[in-house]
Ligand binder design. Structure first.
Ligand code: NAD
Length: 466
C-alpha cells in the first residue's frame, strides 16, 4: 500500500513544480524539504539576485536622472543604503515564500520537513518517518563549487549563497569575482553599478560569459561592464587566497604576467555541483555519474530504479529553474502514464540579468556553422530604436541566425529588457519559423520589439529602418 501517489524529495523549483502540477492532476503528493520550500532559487539564487540587480538598475537611473531633466541640489549624491536594499529583497522573497506555502496547502500537498533518504525498498525515510509513494521524484538541487585555496568562510570569501543574503551594514569597497559565468557576470554588474571596485577573474580566454551565448553578444556585455569600470581579466589563473589585516590578497597570473590585488571580499562563482550526497541513492539502485549527477532517461526523467525519477539541477541538464519546471511536467506526465513531450535542451531559453541583459535560445552563429548549416545572419542595433532612446538605454542588438532559405536556428539579444523580449525569439526558434513568417507579424511602435521585426525583414534583402 502506498501512502502517496508521489513522494517528491526537495522543495526547490523542480520539487514544488512537481508537487503543484501533480496535485493539479489529482495526485496525492508529499513534498520533503529540509529547509524552506522554494529552494536555492527563491532563497539564495534567482529571486534575491534579480532583486539586487533591479536595485542596481534604480541606482543607475537615479545617477542618470539629470539626463531626464531632474536635478539634485548641488553637492548631493545618491548613496546606497545596503540594509534597506536587502530588506526590500527579503520582503519579496518572504512574500513569494508565503504565496508558495499557501499554494501547496491549497493543493493539499503534504509538506514534510527534514532530509529525505531513499531506502532500499524504494520508500523515502525522513527522520523516523517512512513515506511510501507509487513514484518518487528526486529534486535534490545543487550547491556552489569551490576549490582548495578558495575556502568559503561566508564573510570575506563567499559564494552566491552569501552574496544574496548579506547582513553587512554596507557594501565592501573592493570585490574580486572569481568566474565570469552567469553568476560572476550578474554580481559583477550589481557590484560595479553600486560603486564597488570590482575585479572579474575568469580562467577561459573570454572574460565575460565565455561559454554559452553568441560571442558577439557576450562581448557587448563585456565591453559595457568594462566601460562602467569592471576590471576584467580573462585567462586568469587564480592562486591561493591569503588573508591579511586589511582584507584578502588574490594572486593571479594572466597574459600580462603575475599580479596580486587586495580586496575586501571575494565572490567565488566557478560553477555549481549536484547536491546528491547522503540520500541513499546508490543503496536504492539509482545510478549516479562520476560527477554525481543522477542519470536519467530524459524522455521521461526516469532513473535506473523503476518508479524513481530525478529532475532539476541534480541531473546533467542546463541548471535553470525554468528547465526544472519543464522537467517536473515531463516526470509527472510519465508517472500518470501519459506520453511526455521531452525538453528540447538545445533550444531552452537562457537569460543573464546583467546590465545590459543577455538572452538567447537555440544555436549561436559558431554552433550553427560547426553543425554544418549554411547560415544567414542578420543583426539590428537598439541604437536607432525610438523606445530604447526614450528609456535611455540604447546599448545592444538583436542577432538572428537562420539556415539559408530555412528556419531560424538561433535568436540572440543583448540590451534593454532582453529577458522579456526573448519570448518571441524563443517561440520562433522552437516553432522552426522562417524569418519571413516572423517578419509578417506586426510589432507595436514604439517598442523595443520593433528591433526584432526589423531584423526579420532584413532577411528578405529589403528593410524599413535597417
Ligand atoms: P558557470 O558554469 O556559468 O560559470 C563558471 C565560470 O567560472 C566559467 O566561466 C569557468 O570558466 C570559470 N571558472 C571555473 N574555475 C575557475 C577558476 N579557478 N578561476 C577562474 N574562473 C574559473 O557557473 P556559475 O556562474 O557559478 O553558475 C552556476 C549555475 O547557476 C549555472 O548552471 C547557471 O546556469 C546557473 N545560474 C543561472 C542564472 C541565470 O540563468 N540567470 C543565474 C545564476 C546561476
Amino acid at each position: 500500500m502506498s501512502d502517496y501517489d508521489v513522494v517528491v524529495v526537495g522543495g526547490g523549483p523542480g520539487g514544488y513544480a512537481s508537487a503543484l502540477y501533480g496535485a493539479s492532476a489529482g495526485l496525492n503528493v508529499a513534498l520533503v524539504e529540509e529547509n524552506k520550500v522554494g529552494g536555492c532559487c527563491l532563497h539564495r539564487g534567482c529571486i534575491p539576485a534579480k532583486a539586487l540587480l533591479q536595485a542596481a538598475e534604480v541606482f543607475r537611473a537615479v545617477k542618470h536622472s539629470g539626463d531626464f531633466g531632474f536635478r539634485l541640489p548641488d553637492g548631493v549624491q545618491a548613496t546606497t543604503d545596503w540594509p534597506a536594499v536587502n530588506a526590500r529583497k527579503a520582503g519579496i522573497v518572504g512574500q513569494l515564500h508565503k504565496g508558495l506555502s499557501g499554494l501547496l496547502r491549497r493543493r493539499k500537498v503534504t509538506v514534510v520537513e527534514g532530509r529525505g533518504r531513499l531506502t532500499g525498498d524504494g520508500a523515502v525515510a525522513v527522520g523516523d518517518q517512512t513515506l511510501r509513494g507509487r513514484a518518487v521524484i528526486i529534486c535534490a538541487g545543487s550547491v556552489p563549487r569551490s576549490l582548495p585555496g578558495m575556502e568559503i568562510d561566508g564573510d570575506r570569501i563567499i559564494t552566491s549563497d552569501h552574496a544574496t543574503n548579506s547582513d553587512r551594514d554596507a557594501l565592501p569597497d573592493r570585490v574580486a569575482v572569481i568566474g565570469g559565468g552567469v553568476i560572476g557576470a550578474e554580481f559583477a554588474s550589481v557590484f560595479t553599478d553600486l560603486g564597488v571596485h570590482t575585479t572579474l577573474l575568469e580562467a577561459l580566454p573570454h572574460g565575460v560569459l565565455p561559454i554559452g551565448p553568441d560571442r558577439q553578444v557576450a562581448d557587448i556585455l563585456g565591453l559595457a561592464l568594462a566601460r562602467r569600470g569592471t576590471d576584467i581579466h580573462p585567462a586568469a589563473r587564480v592562486g591561493t587566497l591569503e588573508h591579511n589585516r586589511n582584507g584578502i590578497v588574490v594572486p593571479f597570473e594572466h597574459a600580462g604576467g603575475a599580479e596580486k590585488i587586495e580586496v575586501d571580499q571575494v565572490l567565488v562563482a566557478i560553477g555549481r555541483r549536484p547536491f546528491t550526497e547522503d540520500m541513499g541513492l546508490e543503496e536504492a539502485g539509482v545510478r549516479v555519474s562520476e560527477r554525481r549527477f543522477i542519470e536519467v532517461d530524459t524522455t521521461t526523467m526516469a532513473t535506473s530504479r523503476p518508479n524513481v525519477y530525478a529532475i532539476g539541477d541534480c541531473v546533467d541538464t542546463p541548471g535553470l529553474a525554468h528547465v526544472a519546471y519543464a522537467e517536473a511536467i515531463v516526470a509527472v506526465h510519465a508517472i500518470l502514464g501519459e506520453t511526455p513531450v521531452p525538453v528540447d535542451y538545445a533550444r531552452v531559453p537562457w537569460v543573464v540579468y546583467t546590465h545590459p541583459e543577455v538572452a538567447w535560445a537555440g544555436l549561436t552563429e559558431a554552433e550553427a556553422r560547426e553543425a554544418g548549416h549554411t547560415v544567414e545572419v542578420h543583426k539590428h542595433s537598439f541604437a536607432g530604436n525610438g523606445r530604447a532612446m526614450i528609456i535611455g538605454d540604447t546599448d545592444g542588438m538583436v542577432k538572428v541566425v537562420a539556415a539559408t532559405d530555412g528556419p531560424i536556428l538561433g535568436f540572440h539579444l543583448v540590451g534593454p529588457w532582453a529577458s522579456e523580449l526573448l519570448a518571441e525569439g524563443y517561440l520562433a526558434v522552437n516553432w522552426e519559423a522562417l524569418p519571413s513568417e516572423v517578419a509578417a507579424f506586426i510589432h507595436p511602435h514604439p517598442s523595443l520589439s520593433e528591433a526584432i521585426g526589423e531584423t526579420m525583414i532584413t532577411f528578405s534583402g529589403r528593410s524599413l529602418h535597417g
